[in-house]
Design a protein. Sequence first.
Length: 78
Amino acid sequence: MTEIAGMSFETAMKALEEVVRDLESGNVELEKSIALYERGAALKAHCEKKLKEAEEKVAKITLGPDGQPTGTTPVEGL
């Protein structure tokens, strides 16, 4: 299994989708189901962390009186 901490958001989402698909198939032994569930939980947490990091980097466009963008302001309080 690939190390989750080094995964990009997209890679982690694909891995999480595979875990969900495997669990939903119902063709997985109990022990493997438990391991898949644990991996899924870790992947979900990783994706949430990556999203939070992205939200913190998002900049809000500041519009001038003429409605044209004048710059960016970091988004705060997310």
